[in-house]
Design a protein around this ligand. Structure first.
Ligand SMILES: C[S@@+](CC[C@H](N)C(=O)[O-])C[C@H]1O[C@@H](n2cnc3c(N)ncnc32)[C@H](O)[C@@H]1O
Length: 472
């Protein structure tokens, strides 16, 4: 007769010890390469670091992040000598994640920075005779940039394309991306693209080359802290950034079943349209960098396509919340449910690639729609339980410094705002020992698409597309 033993980690809470502090008030979130580029709703590095220290087994080799954004968890894994694989549908996020986990030849890098500095001292006004290739993805360039700024950005773009070493070019592209945003006519403290008012615009006179040089200097200092740690590892470790969508499947040639020791991720809070518009935030920079279809990014992200019918999810509290919203506004409930259909399909696929005994850690926010709180933390827990995982703990933290919309529109009406998501939850699950993933959820799941397993163009094999680092 078999005996089923339910294993559960004993947590500090069980032992009556004070729960761990996840707030990290006052901690620098911009150490190492984390300083490279801003991004909405970035996970703070301390969370990924602490989760790795608490839950990654000592023999762990691989972290996976299915919504890697700019690569916070990938950097933290690499700093601990772990291989890491991330995926994201936003090309600019991938470019940044890739740069943050790469170690360029610093001799060449410093020579290129000096070359740019020399160029900037020779002239601060642009060379108007320089040719300009089209910037695809921005309809009205002169609406978003002053004429002088366009010329200087064009000059910088040409400078960057003259850099031969790909890893050094990548380093410059990331600094250029922030320079584009900061020298544009957009209000810098917004995620969405809003233009300054006329009075502000009249006074606006950004020092484009000065901004670029200061970004390079800051990022070079971050690299100087990252590089020695990475180079000190003895055996090669690699970080790869892909563009597959876990909602539709995970290419087995990239991540075979039961291959990841730990997943650490922060999924979006909801669809891009009503929560964080990642595509819009990145649009100007992506267009200047020539990244593909900057105007289409938001439509491709989670929850981008509304459901025709609200599914019954394997999570009672989520079904209840969706029912409440539906009573107020059925169309809105359909839109919202689509995000959870995608999340369930993604979790189904992610659950397959985690090793038995491996961990999944999701950092989520419970947003409000039509005054109804959506229990995303419980949804994550129930969905993983549905696929044979056990719940280890859910930590709650207030958000002191993560860049995110603390006020959004719960009614989706222009101008209506509500303070929301001042706390987030870290849901930790473990794949049960000796239990294979159960295939129970097929009615809810999105059908798998063929051919989603392409490697990101950034990761086509070439010397600098991998961080060849050494494990201690
Ligand atoms: C909260 S952010 C992640 C931030 C990341 N932890 C960081 O430190 O930068 C969520 C990310 O999910 C990405 N995303 C949304 N839907 C996706 C999908 N279906 N597949 C992959 N990435 C997706 C967005 O582009 C965004 O970068």
């Amino acid at each position: 007769m078999g005996i089923t033993v339910q294993l559960r980690l004993i947590t500090e809470r069980d032992l009556g010890v004070a729960p761990p502090d996840w707030t990290f008030n006052g901690a620098s979130t911009r150490e190492f390469t984390h300083c490279y580029h801003d991004y909405p709703a970035r996970m703070i590095p301390q969370i990924a670091g602490k989760l790795l220290d608490m839950f990654a087994p000592t023999e762990a080799r691989l972290l996976f992040d299915p919504y890697c954004g700019t690569g916070t968890s990938l950097v933290e894994a690499s700093l601990r000598g772990l291989n890491a694989i991330g995926t994201d549908l936003n090309p600019l996020a991938r470019l940044i994640a890739h740069a943050k986990t790469s170690v360029p030849d610093t001799g060449i890098l410093d020579a290129e920075i000096s070359r740019l500095r020399r160029m900037a001292t020779r002239h601060s006004s642009p060379n108007p005779s320089l040719s300009m290739s089209p910037i695809n993805g921005i309809d009205r360039l002169d609406f978003w940039f002053k004429p002088q700024v366009i010329l200087l950005l064009n000059e910088l773009r040409q400078f960057i394309s003259s850099i031969e070493e790909p890893c050094v070019r990548l380093f410059f592209q990331v600094a250029f991306s922030e320079t584009v945003r900061e020298s544009s006519n957009t209000r810098n403290n917004e995620f969405k693209l809003y233009r300054y008012d006329d009075a502000t615009l009249e006074k606006l006179n950004p020092d484009v080359l000065g901004i670029m040089l200061s970004k390079l200097k800051r990022n070079r200092a971050g690299l100087a802290r990252y590089e020695p740690i990475i180079r000190n590892f003895k055996s090669p470790t690699e970080v790869l950034v892909h563009d597959f969508d876990t909602v539709h499947g995970i290419p087995a040639e990239i991540l075979p079943p039961a291959s990841a020791d730990i997943v650490i991720t922060s999924p979006p809070y909801g669809d891009s349209h009503t929560t964080v518009a990642y595509g819009q935030y990145c649009r100007l920079s992506s267009a200047w960098l020539g990244l593909p279809d900057p105007e289409k990014v938001d439509r491709r992200l989670m929850g981008g396509k509304p459901n025709k019918k609200i599914p019954v999810f394997p999570c009672d509290s989520l079904n209840h919340a969706l029912g409440e919203i539906s009573r107020i506004d059925e169309k809105r409930a359909l839109e919202v449910s689509s995000f959870y259909s995608d999340l369930l399909a993604s979790i189904h696929n992610v659950s397959h690639v985690i090793k038995t005994g491996g961990y999944s850690c999701y950092v989520v926010g419970n947003r409000k729609v039509k005054g109804v709180v959506l229990p995303t933390d419980e949804a994550v827990r129930c969905f993983f339980e549905h696929f044979g995982f056990i719940h280890i703990d859910s930590f709650s933290r207030s958000i002191p410094n993560k860049r995110m919309p603390l006020r959004n529109s719960p009614s989706n009406a222009p101008g209506a705002v509500d303070s929301t998501m001042v706390r987030e939850r870290i849901v930790v699950m473990r794949r049960e020992l000796n239990q294979s993933i159960r295939e129970r959820a097929t009615p809810y799941l999105r059908r798998k698409k063929k051919g989603t397993g392409e490697r990101s163009r950034l990761n086509k094999p070439r010397a600098s597309s991998r961080v060849m680092i050494r494990r201690k």
